[in-house]
Design a protein around this ligand. Structure first.
Ligand code: MTE
Ligand code: MO
Length: 304
């Protein structure tokens, strides 16, 4: 992603530093760092150990220590540490815009109103790495139904928390904050689209988007916005953070597609965290039988 240059130079700097200090350092720098949340993965449990295709779950330790979350750090292996002290309570989510019943929910109200279920999803980052994650959450469709979208509503706009005093990355001026994302209303209502509140059977760690984040498994990971405070039904297509940052590289749809390369790298294959061999990337991240119909008649190369 655009700050990649910054990220890479930081990585090179880190790798050089450790390599100078110790011989084994290069492998250490390439492996997810030890978690800043000791104990999270102890007793963390999913209901199954693989996804519906038989692919193994990514280790809990990796999911909580290798993160993209620019509000905290550009360095994936530093996010957990930067996020360690961030308190996510109290927290409210305001749902409004073109709806008949606008409402502000506390997280406790959301948890009480919507039964939580486990969903094991593949997560494919636009940077060509991937994981298999056992989320806990609920369908966004149920929440949307309860606020009664008006006929004029065509898109859903999501906004993350803006709190530069507590989020060091928001002071860095690398990308515009708050982080914003959007979905077409039919995508938002799709059964696969969830709001996640947990991971491996426990409440979501801060670095993974606590207390509540979106998960849209057939799209690149950047669509799955973390730490949501606002959900708005709107008429116009929202401009997402990454589209605003670099429109030629990141479109609104961001459907996983091995045939549509990023201008700076191939999207044909991916590095599954914890595996040695690269895997071929699947159209719609392997969820095509469920979601391809949403894009009938569209040119996926153009509407990226
Ligand atoms: N608010 C916010 N949401 C975000 C991001 C971010 O930087 N800020 N990064 C995105 C990207 S690029 C990815 S790949 C996923 C990573 O989720 P994970 O760290 O839980 O694996 O979160 C997405 N959601
Ligand atoms: Mo990503």
């Amino acid at each position: 992603m655009t700050p990649e240059r910054l990220y890479l130079s930081r990585r090179r700097f880190l790798a050089a530093g450790v390599a100078a200090a110790a011989g084994a350092a290069v492998t250490a720098a390439c492996r997810p760092a030890a978690t800043e949340q000791p104990g999270f993965c102890t007793g963390a449990r999913a209901l199954a150990d693989s996804d519906e295709t038989g692919a193994s779950l990514t280790a809990c330790e990796s999911i909580i220590s290798y993160n993209n979350y620019y509000e905290f750090s550009l360095d994936k292996e530093d996010v957990a540490q930067q996020a360690g002290a961030f308190s996510t309570s109290p927290w409210t989510v305001t749902v409004g815009g073109l709806v008949g019943k606008a409402r502000t929910f506390t997280v406790e109200e959301l948890l009480a109103a919507y039964p939580q279920e486990e969903r094991i999803y593949r997560m494919r980052c636009v940077e060509a790495w991937s994981m298999v994650v056992p989320w806990t959450g609920f369908g966004l469709a149920s929440l949307l139904a309860d606020v009664a979208p008006l006929p004029t509503a065509r898109f859903v706009r999501f906004e993350s928390v803006y709190d530069p005093d507590r989020m060091p990355g928001q002071k860095a001026n690398v990308i515009d904050f708050p982080y914003v994302e959007g979905l077409r209303l039919d995508e938002a209502r799709h059964d696969l689209t969830i709001l996640a509140t947990g991971l491996y059977g426990k409440p979501l760690p801060v670095q993974d988007g606590a207390p509540i984040r979106l998960v849209v498994p057939w799209k690149y990971g950047f669509k799955s916005i973390k730490a949501i405070v606002k959900i708005e039904l709107v008429e116009e297509m929202p401009v997402s953070t990454w589209t605003k940052q670099s429109p030629g590289e990141y479109g609104f749809y961001a459907n996983v597609n091995p045939q549509v390369d990023h201008p700076r790298w191939s999207q044909a294959s991916e590095r599954r965290i914890g595996e040695l061999q690269r895997r071929p990337t699947l159209l719609f991240n392997g969820y095509g039988d469920r979601v391809a119909g949403l894009y009938a008649g569209m040119d996926l190369g153009k509407d990226y």
